[in-house]
Write a protein that binds this ligand. Structure first.
Ligand code: FE2
Length: 423
């Protein structure tokens, strides 16, 4: 049979043996104390026997031997208790060694002593009750490992069988003692082994729980560390987002005419997204994309960006590069990867005449079509260097005119509906 401690480190087995040794020592000390005090009653009983003249028949009668046995028991318990007292004062390392020895000596002495008393009892009343009592007491009181238990009980059985054979003249009673004594010893060993195994299993359960608790604690610590790293990463992500949004707003501050443009385009886009009942995730995506849709203008020279008059063909070509540049700027940002196509395609037209890729209809990402509408509304209603601001009504007229050519007609209708609801 495999050792149940095999799944644990060697130290666990040593810990178990130490615990058993300590328990055996403490249990033996308590039982020794009880026997020591109980012995005074035995001695008094011997004195009464003496007064009644029971010691007289024979040269050394059974009652006289009983007295000597009790006196010996009292003396041995006194010596044993003295040793236990001295053991407590020993250094830790030696103490364990002595505790172990006393924990073995006491059960051996007790079972042999009870066998001797029962042997002597054959000369008085022929009973074996003390042998029975002693064997059971030790099986219950001490955690003896199976080999030690078999050894100790076998020795007491041999002593008992030899002694009763010598002192019990009645063959029928002797046969009864053989049978009862043997059954008793087998039962005591069996009981002792069961209790020892229960103790061992209890110890293993405790250690398993301790180990699991330790593993759970270690896992929790790992989890806390991962959470901390995640929080740091999120914080870093927030910081990188803040940098790019600050950059976008810094770009707009260069030109008083476009100040707040991205913010307003984001609000119009969100208004349309909510009217279309898009998911919260899509609403968040369109909000961020609209904030950054013109970030590419950072690479457009100020002379072109702020030119009061009409742009030349070359200048217009440069200006049309801003969606692609915006896409490039944001392509290294992990949080922006989802809305890069929205930045690139916010100037596509529904009829395919937009830029930079000339996508048409549903080829244009849906959210980019929303931003295109929002962008146009804010561009028309804002003052520019080359023209004054126009009213919202004019903007709506232009949107209506551009339905199907510049803008997705469905989105224009939704936007107009949303404005009617607000008014
Ligand atoms: Fe733009």
């Amino acid at each position: 049979m495999s050792d149940p401690f095999d799944i644990f480190p060697n130290s666990y087995k040593i810990d178990f043996l130490k615990e058993v040794s300590r328990l055996n020592f403490n249990h033996s000390r308590k039982l020794a104390l009880i026997l020591f005090y109980l012995n005074f009653y035995f001695l008094y009983s011997d004195y009464c026997n003496y007064r009644e003249g029971l010691w007289l028949p024979g040269s050394i009668s059974g009652y006289a031997v009983l007295f000597y046995l009790h006196a010996f028991l009292g003396l041995m318990m006194l010596v044993f208790l003295s040793f236990t007292y001295l053991t407590r004062r020993k250094p830790q390392k030696n103490r364990i060694h002595f505790q172990n020895l006393l924990g073995i000596f006491f059960p051996l002495f007790t079972v042999l002593y009870s066998a001797c008393v029962s042997i002597n009892d054959q000369r008085i009343h022929g009973q074996i009750s003390v042998f029975i009592l002693g064997s059971f007491l030790i099986a219950i009181n001490n955690y003896l490992n199976p080999k030690l238990s078999i050894l100790i009980h076998s020795l007491s059985w041999l002593a008992f069988i030899s002694g009763v054979t010598y002192y019990q003249p009645n063959i029928d009673i002797l046969k009864g003692h053989y049978i009862n004594g043997t059954i008793l010893v087998i039962f005591s060993v069996y009981l002792s082994i069961i209790l020892y195994r229960m103790k061992r299993n209890d110890f293993i359960s405790r250690k398993t729980i301790e180990q699991k608790n330790y593993e759970v604690e270690a896992f929790n610590n790992d989890l806390i560390e991962v959470n901390n790293r995640l929080e740091e990463s999120l914080q870093a992500l927030d910081e990188s987002q803040n940098v790019i949004f600050t950059l976008a707003s810094a770009l707009e501050s260069k030109d008083t005419y476009t100040r707040g443009h991205s913010e307003r385009v984001a609000e119009y886009s969100l208004q349309i997204a909510q009217k279309l009942s898009l998911s919260l995730h899509e609403q968040q995506t369109i909000w961020q994309a609209a904030q950054l849709h013109d970030i590419g203008k950072i690479g457009i020279p100020d002379a072109i960006l702020n030119k009061a008059g009409k742009l030349s063909e070359d200048e217009w070509t440069v200006m049309k590069s801003h969606p692609g540049m915006g896409e490039n700027i944001c392509s290294t940002l992990s949080f922006a990867c989802e809305f890069l196509p929205l930045i690139r395609h916010h100037h596509e037209r529904f009829d395919g005449t937009g830029y930079p890729d000339g996508l048409r209809g549903e080829e244009i990402p849906f959210l980019a079509r929303i931003i295109a509408v929002a962008d146009a509304v804010d561009a028309i209603t804002s003052k520019r260097s080359y023209r004054p601001s126009e009213t919202l009504e004019s903007a709506l007229e232009e949107l209506t005119r551009g339905k199907g050519s510049q803008f997705d007609p469905k989105i224009v209708e939704v936007f107009i509906e949303s404005l009617q609801l607000c008014s």
